[in-house]
Design a protein around this ligand. Structure first.
Ligand code: FE2
Length: 182
């Protein structure tokens, strides 16, 4: 678990190298493309930061980060990619990651509806949606508070932090040190 040590205080035990390797093997788009690994890593870190305030279930948020766009077939309009990501989550659940049934249902909802639902009744799913939407500047869209569910995500400092990282396609160290090599 070398990469867990490298990221210090971040907690994402559900996202193991074996899980990333399995996702990568079937990912059909450029690994570092606009919906690829650097986006997943920023969503993971956005979600981790939000979860400290919202109380979202961190394992669900981190798994959402690496699964929600994992079954995109193109970088443009792909309306079923969320449901394909949810199906991938179901396929890997119980072998490459473990969650209680109720938490898996949240992950499945978050992946399925992340582009078509404005919000969701559950704070963990809301946090997943916001973590993704805070990384929209990479495709020329400023995060709009009216499409963010949580007060933590609507915080101007949070929006600015995420936007600056999105604009420069920031890659956390664990991407280059670990995920790029899998
Ligand atoms: Fe995304």
């Amino acid at each position: 678990m070398a990469f867990v040590q490298q990221i210090g205080t971040m907690v994402r035990p559900a996202v193991t190298p074996a899980l990333i390797q399995a996702i990568r093997q079937e990912y059909s788009l450029p690994w570092r493309g606009i919906h690829g690994v650097t986006h997943w890593a920023r969503v993971l870190e956005n979600g981790t930061r939000l979860a400290r305030v919202t109380g979202a279930k961190i394992e669900v948020v981190t798994l959402f980060a690496v699964l929600h766009d994992a079954r995109r077939w193109n970088e443009d309009t792909d309306p079923d990619h969320g449901r394909r990501g949810a199906a991938l989550a179901k396929k890997l659940w119980g072998s490459l990651f473990h969650l209680p049934n109720g938490d898996f249902d949240l992950l499945h909802d978050a992946c399925s509806y992340h582009t078509e639902s404005l919000t969701h009744p559950d704070i963990t799913v809301q946090t997943c949606f916001d973590a993704d939407r805070l990384d929209l500047s990479r495709v020329g869209i400023d995060p709009d508070p009216k499409y963010l569910s949580t007060e933590a995500a609507r915080d101007q400092a949070m929006i600015e932090w995420a936007t600056q990282r999105s604009l420069r396609n920031f890659a956390p160290d664990f991407v280059t040190v670990e995920w790029d090599r899998l």
